[in-house]
Design a protein around this ligand. Sequence first.
Ligand SMILES: [Zn+2]
Length: 449
Amino acid sequence: METIKLAGENNNRINIVILSDGYQESELDQFVTDATNFSTELFSQSPFLEYSDYFNVYAIKVPSNESGADHPATATDVTEPLTPIKTVDTYFNSTFDGFGFHRLLFYGIDWPSSNIARSKIISVLADNFPAYDSALILVNSTVYGGSGGEFPMSSMATNANEIAIHELGHSLFDLLDEYYPGDGRLREDINATKESDPSVIKWKNWLGDNGIGIYAYGTSGEAATWNRPHQGCKMRYLGFPFCSVCKEGMVEKIHDLVSPVDDFTPDNSSNIENPTFPLDFELTLIKPNPNTLESIWTLNGTTIGNNVDIISLLATDLMEGTNTLTSVITDNSPMLRVDNHETVHVTTVTWTINYSALSVDAINAKSNSYTISLYPNPTNAILNFKFESNTNTPITVNITSLDGKQLKSLILSNYKSTEINISDFSAGIYVANFYTNNTLIASRKIVKN
Ligand SMILES: [Zn+2]
């Protein structure tokens, strides 16, 4: 296995693995070059560009007996043979004319014949990199073609990399096609909805900006009942950028998979006997480029720093007894319009410092991540709150008016949806403040109709 791009440890990165097909042993150096070029192209495109440090890329060199891919000339969408008929012995049996489409390059001509190659792909991944997040296959052919699904494929034709990038939109980020894929093939998703009301549509925060609107997939039949956010997104046309709605969904998924806190010190294993002051507390963050992460540091509930990676405490900063130092990390990327949006990702690092007389007895450190949801928003009555976290510490939500008067308070449990009724509130804007261990970790606006 070759490392194409190493941003950090695999356990806190999205790991993309590229396999070869149709490259002979003597061509595997060319495969590594092709995989590197694919990676370079991928990370030149937003949001991969900004979040590059959240990804590792590896290449597994799988030799084939012969070069290229099969072309049986059995496609029914073109006049065959469009390109010369070819039968070659490759490891994953790549072939054009999959399912009758000339450009459909797949590891089998149909589902039954793809099972053998699929088992081989799974076996190669299990032997080399079982913890992959997404695996794709580059095929050593200059004929344009590719396919999506479980293991996206693309040939080495000019612009064929765009097929694999579009397919990563499906396989890694759960985006749907923004061209009409056929009746029964759409569902409610990040970039597709039957909702057409601009006040509640899931991408309402983007309407009117960057070409985002409410566009029907078609003019009649089922296609006319589904809406997409953009007319020229990569999920519709290759060679175009991802639209703002897709990018937002991708960035949220990146935060689902990877904590922006790569490391912190001291950790629980640090030796803290007889520490000398000042005591340093440090975060190692995975920073987007440009860096849109914000950190707010509080000591015993008082803010002591913003947007710094390291805080130094003096003995005089500490109280006798238990002190709590917390850093709350959020991403304020303009790609995320989280105000009124359903979910927000928050990561916290908390150090508990037991200070007595002139010594620090113990420091306990932990990092937690939270995905907080509130929906529907706006609402005229029912509001649901939910959080998901790696900790079972409950979250307190205080709902206040804009002038800070507390109107309601509730306690949320991990993974449980909690419902409240605010039909007695007058119409207007309110604020939900989320606290854990008395530390504010997130604030969201609520719109009451
Ligand atoms: Zn899109």
